[in-house]
Ligand binder design. Structure first.
Ligand SMILES: *Cc1c(COP(=O)(O)O)cnc(C)c1O
Length: 373
């Protein structure tokens, strides 16, 4: 498949490749793991940075019919691409978003009695979902508020849902607490579909699956929780172009703040990627004083061999130590892998002191992007 013209930016010094076949395979895996439940997809935040306009229609082609976005703007943008789908808006509805929610047939996920009164009083019986908080204190009505709502005269929701706070930790007792509380509320919502599982929740097993699952990170190749190899396919590969190779002597320093002093003569690959491209400054090289969370900085890969960041990552440029690679094996114009088949998303996130979710959603806007598969 040729990439859309707008994403062909040959002068870009960072490029991102999105493997839609891997995305589809990950969704099919989540669907199979969801048992008899329907499998939806969280495509909020531009499908976790991968491009919702490409990712969502591909998932629809695989059979996905339930999509979760954060706000009505995201839902409105997707509606023309997903004419048949149910599109749920996780952040709910408020007055300024009301017209757009109606115009694009979006299903607001209601999280407070005020929102419920507003929607049920104004939307003329259009469907909505009800979010019940079972232990996260983020979105959702309290169980008491939800039961009150259900006993009132408002039309019933089309879906009741809750969200797990620690689904990525399979043995945490809070999961049991939330699973049991949600289960205990279900009889009050007889005949209404129920949904509890995000990616981590799907791996927890059938007690969490109910009627509809809502995976996000797993679709994009991210492990929920501790990294386990080979469960999901790599969707995102990010690479940076080597702009020049320079030679520096032992005792000299590299990058801003002269924070890294070379202990040996070095060959340095200067690459066109920086924190403006989501290569976080917190992943700067070992020894940089700003780093406390992680002991060593990020690594890139050249032909499967790892090379470390040297000194501070800057806005548009990063230096890598390629001294240990055979002379001539990397030159100006080559591309080095920042994450992908060798450097996992989780490893790259660890190096920056963050999580796979944040890394994907902060890829920046100036890279060349290519869709494959
Ligand atoms: C983001 C989100 C999801 C998807 O979560 P993952 O951990 O990415 O699978 C599901 N449900 C809700 C309410 C969310 O906010």
């Amino acid at each position: 498949m040729t990439p859309p013209d707008a994403t062909l930016r040959s002068a870009a010094t960072t490029r991102v490749s999105i493997d839609l076949a891997a995305l589809a395979a990950n969704w099919l895996k989540m669907r199979d793991l969801s048992g008899s439940a329907r499998c939806g997809a969280a495509v909020k935040a531009d499908a976790y940075g991968t491009g919702a306009d490409q990712a969502a229609p591909r998932l629809a082609r695989e059979g996905c019919r339930d999509f979760f976005v954060a706000d009505a703007n995201e839902g409105a943008a997707l509606r023309p691409l997903l004419p048949e789908a149910r599109i749920y808006v996780l952040n709910g509805v408020f007055e300024e978003a009301f017209a757009q929610t109606l115009a694009h047939d979006l299903i607001p996920v209601i999280s407070s009695p005020g929102q419920a009164a507003f929607w049920c009083g104004n939307a003329g019986g259009r469907p909505y979902a009800l979010h019940i908080d079972t232990g996260m204190n983020r979105m959702g009505l309290t169980p008491g508020q939800a039961l009150n709502h259900q006993q009132g005269s408002a039309p019933a929701p089309c879906l009741v849902m809750s969200h797990l706070a620690r689904a990525d930790e399979p043995h945490h007792p809070l999961n049991t607490t939330q699973i049991e509380l949600f289960e205990s509320l279900k009889p009050a919502f007889a005949g209404i579909e129920a949904s509890l599982a995000n990616s981590g929740g799907i791996f927890l097993g059938s007690a969490v699956h109910h009627d509809l699952t809502r995976p996000g990170i797993a679709l994009y190749g991210g492990e929920p929780g501790a990294y386990r190899p080979n469960r999901l396919q790599t969707v995102v590969t990010a690479e940076s172009r080597v702009l020049l190779i320079r030679h520096a002597r032992a005792g000299e320093t590299v990058s801003y703040g002269a924070a890294h002093q070379l202990e040996r003569d070095c060959r340095i690959a200067v690459c066109g990627v920086g924190y403006a491209d989501g290569f976080h400054r917190s992943a700067s090289g070992a020894g940089v004083p700003l780093r406390s969370a992680v002991a060593r900085g990020a690594q890139a890969a050249v032909g499967g061999k790892r090379v470390p960041v040297l000194g501070k990552i800057t806005m548009d440029l990063t230096m890598f130590d390629v001294t240990d690679l055979p002379e001539g094996s990397v030159s100006a114009g080559d591309w080095i892998e920042l994450m992908g088949p060798t450097i996992t998303l989780e490893e790259a996130a660890d190096a920056a002191g963050t999580i796979n979710y944040e890394l994907l959603t902060s890829l920046g806007r100036r890279h060349a992007r290519n869709y494959v598969g």
